[in-house]
Ligand binder design. Structure first.
Ligand SMILES: NC(=O)c1ccc[n+]([C@@H]2O[C@H](COP(=O)([O-])OP(=O)(O)OC[C@H]3O[C@@H](n4cnc5c(N)ncnc54)[C@H](OP(=O)(O)O)[C@@H]3O)[C@@H](O)[C@H]2O)c1
Length: 276
């Protein structure tokens, strides 16, 4: 029999880290609404979750289109029920230089990584407040804190997501709706970093990276323990993040020392030759 922790809507569930988050939430007893643009990938995941006894529906939508986001919420609530947990995981970066991208391309990064999570939250929050129950988990990145190369718009959006989460949590927690940010370092086994390494024929090192399954666990912990922030990085992640703020030259020095600058230069050149 299906367990009933509530209904969770997971964005970016079609590939990468999203399916790991969906599976962890299913194991924690949530019914799932899975979204992304790729219908067939979403259906495969939904089928697999249903086979294991979880209620799951796939609702393919483009989160950068306002009407799609509104339709997503209406259809999710009609087909599965009121959404208790929103995981804003969809995101990513085209790995190109700021000045080489048009303004529209930079804007698209913002729409996906910051505006869509805020819009979805804005649509779901009234229902959560009415029921006095809800949790929003935003998936952010350490990119801005470490000054990761060629991520100007992406880093700004992801840092914006941290600020948004912090104020949202402060404003609504006393009314039963909480918010957490899960800040990711480099993730292996799935997702954009692993895909890029595979495309370039590079090995994703185990040292300095975290497995994608850890992100699923972090999302469940953020909800169940109502944590303001979880940093998914090897070692003392939150301390490392705090040190980056205290010593702003530390991240760029690390990027140089670890070879991240040189690697990202290769990635930028690769994207110039074969965008996508
Ligand atoms: N991988 C890492 O090392 C890493 C590090 C730090 C932070 N993060 C963050 O973790 C999250 C997941 O990243 P990932 O590595 O799993 O990325 P990914 O493999 O590229 O997957 C991105 C997901 O977002 C969806 N998406 C992209 N554009 C969309 C749009 N316009 N409308 C709706 N859905 C869209 C994609 O689905 P469709 O293509 O089907 O639309 C896909 O499911 C992101 O927020 C990312 O910034 C990742």
């Amino acid at each position: 029999m299906a367990k009933t922790a509530g209904v969770a809507l997971v964005t970016g569930a079609s590939r990468g880290i999203g399916p790991f988050i969906a599976r962890s939430l299913a194991e924690a007893g949530y019914s799932l609404v899975l979204t992304g643009r790729s219908a067939s990938e979403l259906e495969v995941l939904a089928d697999d979750l249903r086979a294991k006894g979880t209620t799951a529906v796939a609702l393919p939508r483009d989160l950068t289109v306002a009407e799609d986001v509104e339709a997503l919420v209406r259809t999710a609530e009609r087909e599965v029920g009121r959404v208790d947990v929103l995981v804003n995981n969809a995101g990513g970066d085209p790995q190109r230089e700021f000045d080489d991208m048009t303004w529209a391309e930079n804007d698209a990064i913002f729409q996906l990584n910051l505006i869509a999570p805020m819009r979805l939250t804005h649509l779901l929050l009234p229902g959560m407040l009415e029921r006095g129950r809800g949790h929003i988990v935003n998936i952010s990145s350490i990119a801005g804190r470490v000054g990761f190369p060629y991520t100007e718009a992406y880093a700004a959006a992801k840092d914006g997501l941290m600020g948004f989460t912090r104020v949202l949590r402060n404003d609504y927690r006393s009314r039963g709706v909480s918010a957490s940010v899960v800040v990711l370092g480099a993730i292996r086994d799935a997702g954009q970093g692993q895909r890029t390494a595979d495309q370039l024929g590079m090995k994703m090192p185990a040292m300095g990276t975290s497995p994608a399954k850890d992100v699923g666990k972090a999302v469940v912990a953020a909800i169940e323990k109502d944590r303001a922030e979880i940093v998914v990085m090897p070692g003392p992640g939150r301390l490392i993040k705090a040190l980056m703020d205290l010593f702003p030259s530390m991240g760029p020095a690390m990027n140089q020392a670890t070879g991240a600058n040189a690697t990202m230069r290769s990635v930028i050149e690769f994207r110039r030759r074969s965008p996508g």
